[in-house]
Write a protein that binds this ligand. Structure first.
Ligand SMILES: Nc1ncnc2c1ncn2[C@@H]1O[C@H](COP(=O)(O)OP(=O)(O)OP(=O)(O)O)[C@@H](O)[C@H]1O
Ligand SMILES: [Mg+2]
Length: 163
């Protein structure tokens, strides 16, 4: 019960966090946006680079299996979901997957291809897709992963008030 009350208090606290709210609901003109891009060009990077940077942001480690060393992206241990969707034993396949995002982000041709996860039933294809979705959502709320969209602000026509 105490745990529940605490988590409820945390949620309320988060909702009251004005600065986070302000950061996540930034509004400005196109010129303001261009200033932001000038300060931090990563704001306007392409989607492949964004996925790659998100995965990289969790770090890389080296694991040894059967006397062989493998590169392991910590992201695939699902740090966001506290390990709920962690994937193990597919190190080399996951490196190939991350390499796809890396080369596509640099425009090396793979960006025009369809990425097909092909493998036996229950071999974590959907889990990988879910992890990436979850990771991008999380990343978009961080300073490094912020992204912007645009909307038109049309002048109000007479009689539009209250619509
Ligand atoms: N290498 C792995 N490490 C950890 N868990 C795994 C691994 N492979 C599969 N799982 C687990 O097995 C379950 C099934 O995986 P998932 O649904 O992602 O498979 P799939 O490849 O999409 O299967 P399907 O072909 O039926 O769609 C999930 O709970 C997933 O976490
Ligand atoms: Mg599936």
């Amino acid at each position: 019960m105490t745990v529940r009350t605490n988590s409820l208090a945390n949620i309320i606290q988060k909702k009251l966090d004005v600065s986070t709210y302000r950061e996540q609901h930034w509004e400005g003109t196109l010129w303001d946006y261009l200033d932001l891009v000038q300060q931090d060009p990563a704001v306007a990077r392409n989607a492949f680079q964004r996925v790659y940077d998100m995965i990289q942001s969790f770090g890389v480690e080296t694991v040894t299996q059967f006397k062989q060393e493998y590169k392991r992206y910590k992201f695939f241990s699902d740090p966001i979901g506290e390990g709920a969707d962690a994937i193990y034993g597919l190190e080399s396949k996951l490196v190939t997957l991350v390499d796809f995002f890396k080369s596509a982000s640099q425009g090396y041709g793979t960006e025009k291809r369809i990425l097909l996860l092909h493998g036996p039933v229950g071999s974590s294809k959907s889990t990988i897709a879910r992890l990436i979705k979850k990771g991008l959502e999380w990343y978009s709320r961080t300073d490094a992963g912020r992204l912007y969209t645009y909307s038109w602000r049309l002048p109000h026509k007479h009689g539009d008030e209250g619509m």
